[in-house]
Design a protein around this ligand. Sequence first.
Ligand SMILES: C[S@@+](CC[C@H](N)C(=O)[O-])C[C@H]1O[C@@H](n2cnc3c(N)ncnc32)[C@H](O)[C@@H]1O
Length: 281
Amino acid sequence: MEFPVDATLTAQAYEFLAQLVYERSRIRLGFDKQSLVSGRLGQRLRALGLSNYEQYCSLLRSPHAEDEISELIDLISTNHTHFFRETAHFDVLQRDVLPALTGRLGFAQRPLRFWSAAASSGEEVYSLAIVLAEFARVRPAFTWQIDASDISQRMLDRCRRGIYAAEKVELPSPELLERYFQRGFGEREGYYRVKAELRRHVGVQYINLFQPHYPLPKGLDVIFCRNVMIYFDVPSRELLVNRLTEQLAPGGYLFVGHSESLIGISHSLKSVWPSVYCRTC
Ligand SMILES: C[S@@+](CC[C@H](N)C(=O)[O-])C[C@H]1O[C@@H](n2cnc3c(N)ncnc32)[C@H](O)[C@@H]1O
């Protein structure tokens, strides 16, 4: 049975939802996002059998609301991504960053460690993995590992599975498709799965970028934190960039989205290429 949903998201309910989302994720929902929010939440209210937003807000205020709050953030977050998005980053990585890091550290000492910190459904992670695997093909002593994380459990499930509609798997060359993806048959016709030999380098876990402690080692070589800071206000960006800096090894690199310059925030990173920064000490 379909429950009728009172489509009116009152200013009061919206304010409560926006404040809750901000407290938990730092995602800033401006007044212009009201129709986007009601569009995304309408179905959730229906699934819960609630008929208006006041009931939904009461549910979120109740003592055992943690799972529903996660669900709310999951629905609110924007997860758009694609393979080799902002492709210049992958060129810089392959042409400049990997030779610089391996030149400094040597190959055999330890695996290089990467973190895709707002990984969404994994396209960024596996684009990175392809570049690293290609680099390793001609340098067999080179080893690497990627941690992938996000605040959205739905996206993390997709990232773990590594299955994508064929038309979404747009790669720089057809050989890469052959080398790193398995074509689906039967029920999986029209889909490709990232091969296990790439997936085994990738660990996927939930991390809220504003949680008190990151369950990752310090001394990471490269962090990709792209196209997420646009949703945060300036104090939150500053806090985040400084925490990510602490997580990097000296000489490690932070990649942010092309439209996410660090202008206006206080940090100690050196700008080395457009939207790529290096920790100098
Ligand atoms: C637009 S996607 C970017 C995906 C990928 N980095 C890219 O550039 O294509 C933004 C991702 O950030 C995640 N996100 C938003 N707030 C977050 C937070 N506080 N902690 C961790 N991830 C967050 C969202 O769930 C979403 O998957």
